[in-house]
Design a protein. Structure first.
Length: 72
């Protein structure tokens, strides 16, 4: 696998992680909006919060893991 193909694959993986987090947050908002009881609203809020954490943490950790090592 060439360097360009590897970089492209890693970039799309990071973008996919962000999109999965956004999809989870939207699903949580739909649950909150249509919830007939308190338990379902709580599950929706938990889903939104965990998706926001995923949006913030996962792409950063992937980028840090795949960072090019400095030439020493």
């Amino acid at each position: 696998m060439t360097e360009d193909a590897l970089a492209r694959r890693r970039y799309f993986t990071i973008v996919a992680a962000r999109l999965a987090g956004v999809a989870g947050a939207v699903l949580g908002l739909v649950l909150i909006g249509r919830a007939p009881d308190t338990l379902t609203k709580f599950i929706g809020m938990t889903l939104v919060l965990s998706a926001l954490v995923m949006i913030a943490v996962v792409p950063r950790n992937l980028a840090r893991r795949w960072r090019t090592p400095p030439d020493a």
